[in-house]
Design a protein around this ligand. Structure first.
Ligand code: NAP
Length: 278
């Protein structure tokens, strides 16, 4: 029987720990403030932003909300970021992605002061992760490490395979697993004979962005499988990149969708915000 890795429960544990830390910081006179910027009114982005603000309120972080119209220019957005960069009250700045097409996302991300980049997307923070120095780490992969550790999964010395090499999930995931002394392989769209590689994995992290692509033929018996994907299936039900029904019986532990990786991303955003005053 496999272990279901419960992201809802683990993320709640983390939020409770952070709530206590924030209360202590407040007693020391340190308030934490996150600026959340949304450009346009994409419904999915509005849900994510709403959940982030709710999490802030829950753990005692102040959130400042900037809701800009769809037609906002890059210059206007950069001006706001500039203002928030120098605002002493603001500890973290989050720009909800994706941005409308007239705005260059990379320009915006790189404009955020690295010490306020709680998403961990700035080149300086990515570089810090690469060389093993202090900096913010992208929330989803950071959350996956917590899921593994708090579920008693040993990473050190294990064969870890990551499917996907995006800047926000695959690449930082590989670096974090390496930092935890895993032996790491990264697969992507040009990888040949992918199943031969993934079947070597003790820990398989799937961030391929294709609904239910990974079936049991990709998985070694007894592996730990982490599913990062979020999609709607043909019945409008949430599903991941992994075909859960087919894969789960062959694993020792697996994350469900929903209730696996998803809740961890916001918990780790809160973790990064709290770290900003430490
Ligand atoms: P992405 O930027 O689209 O990256 C997908 C990666 O998968 C790319 O590196 C791509 O390779 C690789 N790939 C695509 N098709 C492949 C194939 N047939 N075989 C092997 N590799 C293939 O996606 P992402 O931003 O990393 O997100 C991945 C998934 O996680 C999505 O479903 C997304 O919605 C979800 N997500 C969830 C959370 C959360 O909080 N739970 C957070 C972020 C993302 P190339 O580089 O060669 O193109």
């Amino acid at each position: 029987m496999y272990q279901l890795i419960d992201g809802k429960k683990i993320s709640q544990e983390i939020k409770e720990e952070l709530k206590e830390k924030v209360a202590i910081r407040k007693e020391e006179g340190k308030e934490i403030c996150l600026a959340v910027i949304q450009v346009g009114s994409d419904p999915a982005s509005s849900v994510y932003v709403g959940n982030k603000k709710k999490a802030c309120a829950y753990i005692g972080i102040e959130s400042l909300s900037y809701e800009l119209p769809e037609e906002t220019t890059q210059q206007e957005l950069l001006k706001l970021i500039d203002k928030l960069n120098t605002d002493k009250k603001v500890n973290g700045i989050l720009v909800q992605l994706p941005l409308p097409k007239q705005i260059d996302e990379q320009k915006v991300i790189q404009a955020i002061a690295p010490e306020k980049d709680v998403d961990g997307f700035h080149e300086k923070n990515v570089g810090a992760l690469c060389v093993g120095s202090k900096g913010y780490v992208s929330c989803t992969p950071l959350g996956i490490i917590q899921l593994l550790k708090r579920s008693g999964v040993e990473i050190s010395g294990k064969n870890c395979v990551v499917i996907g090499r995006s800047n926000i999930v695959g690449k930082p995931m590989a670096l974090l697993l390496l930092r935890e002394n895993g032996t790491v392989t990264v697969c992507h769209s040009r990888t040949q004979n992918m199943q031969e590689i993934t079947r070597q994995a003790d820990i398989l992290v799937v961030a391929v962005g294709k609904p239910k692509m990974i079936d049991a033929s990709y998985v070694k018996e007894g592996a730990v499988v982490i599913d990062v994907g979020i999609h709607r299936d043909e019945n409008n039900k949430l599903c991941g990149d992994v075909d859960f029904e087919d894969v789960a019986p062959h694993t020792s532990a697996i994350t469900p969708v929903p209730g696996g990786v998803g809740p961890m991303t916001i918990a780790m955003l809160m973790y990064n915000c709290v770290s900003s005053v430490e």
